[in-house]
Design a protein around this ligand. Structure first.
Ligand code: TK8
Length: 336
């Protein structure tokens, strides 16, 4: 009995190893597109993911990290994934709202106040549910990465109070929540793809933009922007997505490798981003930008201007999703 058990266990072990061996991995090229420059938190994490996938498949699956929006803007890449012309991408959840309205819940101004809250809600059941809403639309969401808390930059004046937003021509992502939010705050909001942003700032087609510190540094916005206002007006997630058409051609072992590498890349990316963000303000000042913090009282005044936007987000994403996010937040805040 005993010997038989040992043999069976050994046989099972051999079977288990062969199950994840090379024959399960066909040679494949994965084009993984992203919008930021190679030397950015986004680029570093895509390359980390590529290494993990290559390691796990013995080099069979090769991930090509293609940055700088060379494969197109976020919305163009999304269409390429849906059509099956590109395998993977990472970009803002905000640019997905046209495809999956539920994504707009992450655009709620001042939703998260700490990264701990963001991680818990995004990686929890409601985060999964919103991610899964992409699948019927032709994309498979793997994990959320951190883009980060967004802050304002512009060339006109420091934003010290709500009224300073008046008339500032501000680039926003191609997303109605952002458009409506900044209009409600008095800015002249102009939607533009990220890939056109640097030139728009440089040529003064727009006065300002809003993005996390990391992006202000990696995209060299400090070269074309004078003022940075720490507003933390929204936490912006990135989401790693796969073409559903392509995903459906993969076997279970291949899917598992991608999923596992995505989780590892998420942990790597959040750590790297937070590390970079913690030193970013000093770097930004050293580059010559004038930095100010938006006073708490002005944050409150902005919030009160955004009540209607919040109501419209709740109806766009569905009251159940809205309530689930609020419930999950409450749980993290009370530590239950
Ligand atoms: C990069 C964008 C970027 C986003 C934006 O492709 O558009 O401002 O913050 O990260 O997704």
């Amino acid at each position: 009995m005993r010997i038989k058990f040992v043999l069976t266990a050994a046989a099972a072990a051999i079977l288990a190893t062969t199950a994840v061996q090379a024959q399960d991995f066909k040679p494949r090229i994965v084009r993984f597109g992203y919008g930021l420059v190679d030397d950015s938190n986004q680029g570093r994490a895509v390359r980390y993911f590529a290494q993990e996938v290559e390691k796990a498949t013995g080099g069979k699956m090769k991930v090509r990290a293609i940055g700088n929006a060379s494969l197109g803007s976020d919305t163009q890449m999304q269409q390429a994934l849906i059509g099956g012309a590109q395998e993977m991408m990472v970009g803002s959840t905000a640019t997905l709202v046209g495809i999956s309205p539920a994504m707009a819940v992450w655009d709620t101004p001042f939703l998260f106040t700490t990264v701990k809250e963001a991680d818990a809600v995004l990686d929890g059941p409601v985060g999964e549910k919103v991610k899964a809403s992409l699948e019927p639309k032709g994309m498979v969401g793997l994990v959320y990465w951190e883009n980060g808390f967004r802050n304002l930059t512009n060339n006109k004046q420091p934003i010290t109070k709500l009224e300073d937003m008046n008339g500032i021509k501000l680039r926003v992502m191609q997303n109605n929540v952002f458009l409506d939010s900044f209009k409600a705050l008095g800015a002249n909001a102009v939607p533009l793809p990220f890939s056109e942003l640097f030139t728009a700032l440089e040529t003064r087609a727009v006065d300002g933009q809003e993005n996390p510190f990391n992006t202000v540094i990696s995209s060299k916005f400090y070269e074309v922007q004078k003022y940075l206002t720490v507003s933390n007006h929204v936490y912006s997630p990135w989401i790693v997505t796969v073409s559903k058409k392509w995903w459906d051609t993969l076997n279970a072992a291949e899917k598992q490798v991608l999923q596992d590498a995505a989780v590892k890349s998420r942990d790597f990316e959040r750590k790297d981003t937070r590390n970079e963000a913690s030193q970013a303000l000093a770097d930004i000042k050293a580059k010559g930008m004038q930095v100010n913090e938006l006073p708490a009282a002005e944050v409150d005044r902005m919030r009160s201007k955004l009540v209607e936007v919040n109501t419209s987000i709740a109806s766009a994403v569905g009251q159940d999703t809205w309530d689930a996010v609020q419930g999950a937040l409450k749980q993290v805040r009370t530590g239950q």
